[in-house]
Design a protein around this ligand. Structure first.
Ligand code: G3P
Ligand code: MG
Length: 267
């Protein structure tokens, strides 16, 4: 059984807000989404930030590569103006900021570990270790009874049955490192095209799910993944008719850019 939300806002707020920003998370909330996918990369000082591209310039006003900058540098850079003037001043968030925003608002996270080339192991290890630490901190708040009274909305969310994040990655090495650093966190293998040896790949990293490009999924493959006992998640499904079709194939969940067309309660 798929224990997570079934409709997930891609990169925070899909196509309605600048990707991978706190503004995107707020936009998703405004559309009723309490489930989000976002991308996490290490800055040059090893601190994870929420960004999709290794190269600056597309969504972030800057030149160069993410590993060339500290997290503090990146967190001063504009990540909203490219989308629209209304979002100018929105900056690159740290993973810590996004994680705690989501926990505070009861938003479930599919954390995509997105290493810059050469940083696969470090990114997987860091993201998993921090995620486990922050979850433990929140749980300790619950155990100590500090939820609410001490201004710990994260602990309150955890106490209310919020499902723990699911870590996913296209990088096998990142998933292996995540497994070693925090074996108790759920992992998923991400594939554009699902390779023939997907069973072995999922087994090697102890994955609970396979995430893939819906455009390359077939009903036969979907059936095989489900028959093998794995969760099946697709990206990025933007047409309601297609969403209904792949659900019939057994797809458990998907992310979408069209949070305006495909609501969190889509059927
Ligand atoms: O995690 C699913 C999806 O986000 C993977 O592709 O390029 O949007 O990160 P991308
Ligand atoms: Mg992604």
């Amino acid at each position: 059984m798929w224990p997570y939300p079934e409709i997930v806002a891609h990169r925070g707020g899909g196509a309605l807000a600048p990707e991978n920003t706190i503004a995107a998370l707020r936009c998703g909330l405004a559309y009723g989404f309490h489930a989000v996918e976002f991308d996490v990369m290490l800055a040059g000082d090893g601190i994870p930030v929420v960004l999709h591209d290794e190269m600056l310039g597309r969504t972030v006003a800057g030149n160069g590569k993410v590993p060339d900058f500290t997290a503090a540098d990146l967190m001063r850079m504009d990540a909203g103006a490219w989308f629209s003037p209304a979002f100018a001043g929105e900056t690159v968030p740290s993973y810590a900021q996004v994680f705690h925003f989501c926990l505070a608002h009861g938003i479930w996270m599919n954390v995509e570990i997105k290493p810059a080339p050469g940083f696969e192991t470090a990114t997987g290890r860091t993201v998993a270790a921090l995620t486990a630490q922050w979850l433990a901190d929140a749980a300790a708040g619950v155990a100590a009874g500090v939820a609410g009274a001490s201004g710990r909305p994260d602990a309150a969310a955890l106490a209310s049955g919020w499902p723990a994040p699911l870590l996913s990655s296209f990088s096998h090495d990142a998933l292996l490192a995540a497994q070693a650093a925090a074996p108790g966190l759920a992992r998923a293998c991400l594939f554009d095209v699902v390779p023939d040896d997907w069973r072995q790949r999922l087994a090697e990293v102890g994955a609970v799910a396979l995430h893939t490009n819906h455009e390359k999924l077939t009903p036969q493959l979907a059936a095989a993944v489900k028959a093998a006992g794995y969760g099946l998640f697709c990206y990025t499904v933007n047409e309601p008719a297609r969403a209904r079709e792949i659900r019939v194939w057994g797809v458990d969940a998907f992310c979408t850019d069209r949070i305006d067309l495909i609501g969190a309660d889509f059927r």
